[in-house]
Write a protein that binds this ligand. Sequence first.
Ligand SMILES: C[S@@+](CC[C@H](N)C(=O)[O-])C[C@H]1O[C@@H](n2cnc3c(N)ncnc32)[C@H](O)[C@@H]1O
Length: 255
Amino acid sequence: MTDEWRDPSTTAELRGELFGVHIPELQLSVADYRDGLAAAKLGAGERYLELGSGHGRGLLVAASEFGAHATGVEYLEDAIERSERAAAKAEVSDRVDVVRDDLRRIDPTAFDVVHMHLGPAFHDVLAGRMERLLAQHARVVAAGWKVPGWLPDADAAEQWGGGYVYRPADPRMQASWGELGQTDELDWIELHVHADLDAIEVRVDSAPAGAIALDRVRAARGTTVLVQRPASGELAVWARCRAGRFTQRGPAWRA
Ligand SMILES: C[S@@+](CC[C@H](N)C(=O)[O-])C[C@H]1O[C@@H](n2cnc3c(N)ncnc32)[C@H](O)[C@@H]1O
């Protein structure tokens, strides 16, 4: 990597607003990228996508330090040109591409790690698409801001404090058990929902449970639903996310 890209102060102005959406004028340093991508375990040969790649510092780190194939999506032409020049100088042009497009239109399906440092304005638009389209193993690095409703990867959180690493298409991360509760008639347990789920079904010891306190068969990311607690056995939730997968959700809970 060239020295220019090691120096976080070497930045041109990035505009704060595109397509009417305000984006903070912030840029990550090489060290920020390195730590975030290490926490996401970006591997050699994996495909890295950066939404709003700015001047391309993240693309260079991904390609030259992690051996990934890096694709940036950016709208500002001067930033794209600068990214391409830096990639050529660092001799990683064969592993760096920058696409000029609106990042809200990009299909993330084929990528292993998606990076975004965009502020909260885009998270809602992007979150549903990533839940639907990413592969189960894919990771999302959200630098700086939490994605509302998503459950961050706990190991990555111990390693890196500059943002959050998520696995939005991994069934185990799409719901989690919360607090226990009780009324006169019913014992229940909270189910925190981290992805938009359809056709929720509760099973006890793999058999469909009879009466449940779920008041819906569909739940949106960021909501909590109450599930009736069985007197004994293992409680598991099955559901479909919009990608049409049908898989056990979240860790099972044993009475
Ligand atoms: C906060 S900056 C982050 C730049 C870089 N990822 C970093 O962290 O250093 C956000 C970037 O997203 C780009 N951007 C904002 N809205 C966009 C859109 N709708 N489509 C493509 N790029 C966009 C901006 O031009 C800017 O480069």
